[in-house]
Design a protein around this ligand. Structure first.
Ligand code: AKB
Length: 398
């Protein structure tokens, strides 16, 4: 499959209503690329980026705790924002280490935006669900839209509950909230965020750094995955779809590709002869084993024309060279969030968001400082703790 990199699908591009937008969790894995694409479509000033720290964001941006309802409302009202992408969450693997915090964060941030929409402050909301909403009794191959859902992680429980709350707010209050069940997302621009599918990003960085990788999932662990460009396209396509065409009000299944660590390693080895992989499964294996292997996304294809562009070959061809160019600074960062947090923290302090060389990092820092002086509004939450949590991005203590 050769991906068509033009964004507007095969038909005329439909970007939906040109509302002013807020992306919460904008510094994370999805947020970083979503903000860039939204700005390309709607114009820079139409898209506010918010995260707990704004130093890696570009204006208009704000340092904002997404659990602080007062601060989020103030920004939405002041800027006339009508559409919110609420991406803040603690992911599956990190969530298991602090389940109460994961539950509180994942649910509080959802209710804040749902309630704003209920009160008429917002026209449209996006909230990500995940394949983690499924569980061990879900059919693992060709997982249908409507099926048994018995998640075993607190992240999965929060996603399934969130889906049902989204549907409830739509049915009871007419809230236009849209959602996708993301598979593992592959991108190189921002480090992954404490998920079970992170191995599929770590492996590229390790390949470049060491020529080898130790996978925390077993060789034959098949999981649904998606290239980030496909994920962003799916998100914006869903958000632009006419309301009447949408029949799923919990969260849409979306699929692109599925592979095992052994298959991904073989695809990398084709481009990097000598690349080696070995396996040391840890607690994330049990999580992966409870998730589907291949998703059926018939409803998304039917209702809003979903079709992925990246298969495994295209994904490795596309991401391999980028990682090779990105230099060593990024590489230690993503190896394993549980083993090498300090490396990532140091990189954060020095301004790197993973993947940027020193020169562009300095340039970015200067640009960010200037942007910050001009536009950044700092809305401090009450002291909700100094945790640092992004969307499908990164979590770690500050
Ligand atoms: C995770 O692994 O937790 C996430 C997800 C599949 O939602 N990437």
């Amino acid at each position: 499959m050769i991906p068509d990199r033009s964004f507007g699908a095969d038909s005329a591009p439909n970007f939906g209503p040109m509302n002013k937008v807020l992306v919460l969790g904008a510094g994370g894995q999805i947020g970083t690329e979503l903000v860039a694409e939204l700005r390309a479509q709607r114009g820079g000033d139409m898209v506010w980026a918010a995260d707990l720290r704004a130093d890696a964001l570009t204006a208009p941006c704000v340092a904002l705790d997404a659990t602080n309802a007062t601060a989020v409302r103030a920004l939405v009202k002041r800027e006339g924002i009508r559409e919110v992408y609420q991406l803040v969450a603690m992911l599956s693997a990190t969530g298991e280490k602090m389940p109460e915090k994961a539950w509180a964060l994942n649910m509080d941030t959802l209710f804040i935006v749902l309630d704003m929409a209920k009160e008429g402050l917002l026209d449209r909301v996006f909230w990500p669900s995940s394949i983690a909403a499924f569980g061990p009794n879900t059919p693992r191959l060709g997982t249908p839209q409507y099926t048994v859902m018995d998640p075993t992680t607190v992240y999965g429980v929060s996603k399934l509950s969130g889906e049902l709350w989204c549907q409830y707010y739509r049915q009871k209050f007419g809230v236009d909230v849209r959602s996708l069940r993301y598979p593992g997302l592959i991108s190189w621009k921002t480090p992954p965020g404490g998920g079970t599918t992170d191995y599929a990003i770590d492996i590229f960085h390790a390949a470049r750094r060491d020529g080898r990788y130790t996978s925390f999932l077993g060789a034959e662990t098949r999981l649904p995955m998606m290239h980030m460009e496909d994920a962003i396209r799916a998100t914006l396509q869903l958000m632009a779809a006419p309301k009447e065409s949408l029949n799923v009000h919990t969260s849409y299944n979306v699929a692109a590709v599925d592979f095992t660590p052994a298959e991904l390693a073989a695809a990398i080895a084709q481009r990097m002869p000598g690349f080696a992989i070995d396996y040391a499964p840890d607690f994330r294996q049990a999580i992966a084993d409870s998730w589907p292997q291949r998703i059926d996304d018939a409803e998304a294809r039917r209702d809003w024309g979903w079709s992925p562009r990246y298969d495994l070959d295209a994904l490795v061809r596309h991401d391999g060279p980028h990682l090779a160019l990105r230099g060593r600074a990024a590489l230690g960062i993503c190896h394993d969030h549980f083993g090498e947090r300090s490396t990532w923290r140091n990189a954060l302090r020095s301004g790197s968001r993973g993947g940027f060389g020193t020169q562009s990092r300095r340039k970015n820092q200067a640009l960010n400082r200037a942007a910050q002086r001009r536009r950044t509004l700092v809305l401090r939450a009450g002291n909700r703790g100094r945790r640092r949590i992004h969307d499908h991005g990164f979590e770690g203590p500050a």
